[in-house]
Design a protein around this ligand. Sequence first.
Ligand SMILES: [Zn+2]
Length: 188
Amino acid sequence: MGKHARKLTEKELHDLAVLREEGFFLDVEPKLLDVSGGAIVVLCGDGDQALDQMKYIERVCRPRPHLHAINGGPLLMNRKCPDPAGREKGNMLFEEIRESRELKEIDTVVLIAHVPCGKADAWGLDVITIVDWIVGVKDEIKDEINHGLRVRCKLHVDWTGAEEDKRTYFLSGKKWREFRRMQLVRPQ
Ligand SMILES: [Zn+2]
């Protein structure tokens, strides 16, 4: 039968609800991304979530989704990744994006993180940290590869385990960075 995706905890459901209320992730794309030239997609290929993620990719990243599916997906690319083997795979993903860009002349990158994720669990990452890491990766890609690249962050959520309760959200990097700055100046 295999090991299936676990259910989200009460704490995770609460954190996600707060993030959603505060507008850090949106049910609909703020403006339709022009991906007519293609989209380099980095995701965790989780077998319990892949079909739903593919439906999203088919809708939002058509007609040329260029896929890089690997356990942990874009989280591997964050420099804070505690696992040396993970960081090595992350470096490989930076190379893969560079190569895909050259091979296919695609200037848009779509990063899809997801919860619950087995790799995030293995590294002890909570929902807030996952969001923080993926926004960090967006900045790192722009710094390391090219400032002209467009990078979009997404969060796929399996709310209950039922196929109809799975959603992929647009993650606002701008809003998240503002929030982090406010946190930094907030008195302890
Ligand atoms: Zn995963």
